[in-house]
Design a protein around this ligand. Structure first.
Ligand code: GRF
Length: 217
């Protein structure tokens, strides 16, 4: 079994460019993990400038955990407790413990479907990133792509932002625009938004990692 803090064997291909230590990040997700896959692919080709070192999920059989194990990363289910939309304080404390044990510098939410609360926010202030499938501040919350189709807007997109105490409210770090096409359904639009996410998230994570430790960060 993988244990956090183990040597990070690698997302098996090593980045070629630099030998200096890279910032380390932990990933939290509840779903299939396609954004996590895009991040690891960027890491493998040496364009991410940050190293994924642990994957945690509130969903026991989430695809993102399978992907983490495939990549030989410590990959753990953390039982979320009795609430539907947030983790119990005990579950958040366990996540903080695992992230600290893995010595992460920052945290990347990749389809994590629960609201982050005090314990985690205070453990990693201004160090938690999220990707949301809309052009924030438009369409916060669930199924933002469906909200966009139902609202009849001409364009949708995705946003990477810092996580704060609100839901999808933190400082925006980057966005990609995705025009609606004639005949789009919620599903067809979301498929194109996900393609945009897979380009946007690695780019913004790289920029964030490059700025870590500078005065404004
Ligand atoms: C993405 O669409 C992201 O915007 C949202 O959750 C979804 C996760 O998808 N926060 P995946 O698991 O990365 O495929």
């Amino acid at each position: 079994m993988n244990t956090p803090g183990d040597h990070m064997p690698g997302v098996s291909v090593s980045p070629s460019s630099s030998k200096s230590p890279m910032p380390r990040f932990g990933v939290l997700g509840s779903g299939k993990g396609s954004n996590f896959r895009a991040l690891t692919e960027a890491f493998q080709v040496g364009t991410l400038c940050a190293q994924p070192v642990i994957v945690l999920s509130d969903v026991e059989h989430a695809g993102i955990l399978d992907l983490g194990r495939e990549l030989e990363l410590p990959s753990r289910f953390v039982s979320p407790g009795p609430f539907r939309t947030k983790m119990s304080p005990a579950a958040e404390a366990e996540i903080v413990r695992l992230l600290r044990e893995a010595k992460v510098d920052f945290v990347v939410l990749a389809g994590f479907m629960r609201v982050i609360k005090e314990l985690l926010l205070q453990a990693f202030p201004r160090r938690i990133l999220n990707i949301h499938p809309s052009l924030l501040p438009a369409f916060r919350g669930l199924e933002a792509w469906r909200q966009a189709v139902e609202a009849g807007v001409p364009e949708a997109g995705c946003t990477v932002h810092l996580v704060d105490f609100g839901v999808d409210t933190g400082r925006i770090l980057g966005q990609s625009r995705v025009p609606l096409l004639y005949g789009d359904t919620a599903e067809s639009l979301y498929a194109r938004i996900q393609i945009a996410e897979h380009e946007l998230y690695p780019r913004i994570v790289r920029e964030f990692a490059e700025k870590l430790g500078t005065p404004e960060n």
